[in-house]
Design a protein around this ligand. Structure first.
Ligand SMILES: C[S@@+](CC[C@H](N)C(=O)[O-])C[C@H]1O[C@@H](n2cnc3c(N)ncnc32)[C@H](O)[C@@H]1O
Length: 320
């Protein structure tokens, strides 16, 4: 079976991967062969793809699973869930879990044990490419930025309500943005005249404060990343979700995580090092042991998929 061509982008400064119908964005799963290899799939095992997206990794997992294997697929994005449901209609091995990492305990229930779990963090190309989702500063649209665009507060609502201090904090913590206080001040001044509703308005605010293209990056890159991370509570989701999955993984089972920026890399390491869920109560040693070195995408993959440039794949195995 051949896999569909997938393309994902976490950083909205990346070239748009459009050139296709909006209803059918192109996607390219990152580190596909490497992640499947790292999962060391047992044909009759149970696996979790915690970040289904458009199912690039899921389909590759299914390729390796036998008739009695099981694949649980999670996503908080209603469009991703729609695609997952179509896959589940065709393949009885697939169980769809609509929801977030932090709800995995309830979604999987007490009985489920996993031989492996994959987290491919961040956002998908379909999310970036649809201007109405508001993730991209390269296209004008409503600033929404919710992965689950049916619940919670949009980025526009937040930008028009949050205090200048809170905006400064978010831009500095999640975007490591040098001009966070200047941008926050300009946001608050602008919204006093009229509400900020579109990505174009926000880009104009940022350009007025950060005029240059530092290191070839669009000045809005960090601000958009920061707001997206805040709106989707991305770091808390990782902090809460990983320990829940550690509990479910059986001895010799694998956890594979692909992360895309320094805050994610660091947090994943911290959770795996410090979470009580990963500490054996009798020996005080980690229950999951890191296997080998972190893996980066090959030169070819980095050239053909910009998102792969920052990707880091790490694997852990549960000890007896
Ligand atoms: C990088 S994409 C995954 C792409 C996927 N591996 C593929 O090949 O199609 C990340 C996906 O995870 C979802 N996601 C991110 N954080 C999540 C969370 N906390 N809970 C549930 N889904 C999440 C996003 O909505 C997005 O669809």
């Amino acid at each position: 079976m051949s896999y569909p061509a997938y393309q994902y982008e976490t950083e909205p400064d990346q070239e748009n991967s459009m050139g296709h119908e909006l209803s059918q964005p192109s996607h390219q799963p990152v580190l596909l062969n490497e992640s499947i290899h790292s999962l060391a799939i047992e044909p009759n095992g149970s696996y979790l793809d915690a970040t289904f997206g458009r199912g690039g990794h899921s389909k590759a997992i299914l390729e390796q699973l036998g008739h009695n294997g099981q694949l649980f697929v999670l996503d908080r994005d209603p469009q991703a869930i729609e695609v997952a449901r179509r896959l589940a209609e065709e393949d009885p091995r697939v169980t769809v879990l609509p929801g977030t990492f932090s709800c995995l305990d309830d979604l999987l229930g007490d009985q489920v044990k996993l031989n492996g779990a994959l987290f491919d963090l961040g956002i998908s190309s379909p999310q970036v490419d649809q201007s109405e989702r508001g993730f991209s500063f390269q296209q004008d649209g409503p600033i929404d930025m919710r992965m689950d665009n049916q619940h919670g507060m949009s980025a526009s609502d937040w930008l028009n309500r949050a205090s200048e201090e809170e905006i400064t904090w978010v831009l500095s913590q999640y975007g490591e943005e040098r001009f966070s206080s200047e941008i926050a001040k300009h946001i608050v001044q602008t919204r006093a005249r009229s509400p900020i509703k579109t990505t174009k308005q926000l880009v104009e605010i940022i350009l007025a404060v950060v005029p240059s293209m530092a290191a070839g990056k669009h000045p809005a890159t960090k601000v958009f990343q920061a707001i997206r991370m805040h709106i989707n509570d991305e770091l808390s989701e990782i902090r809460e979700g990983l320990p829940l999955v550690i509990e479910k993984i059986v001895t010799t089972g694998r956890l594979v995580v692909i992360s895309y920026h320094s805050l994610e890399h660091q947090l994943v390491s911290d959770v795996l090092k410090r979470s009580p869920a990963n500490t054996d109560s009798t020996s005080n040693k980690p229950r999951l042991k890191k296997l080998g070195q972190a893996v980066r995408a090959s030169r070819d993959e980095r050239l053909s998929n910009r998102r792969a440039r920052s990707a880091l794949l790490r694997t852990w195995e549960k000890k007896s």
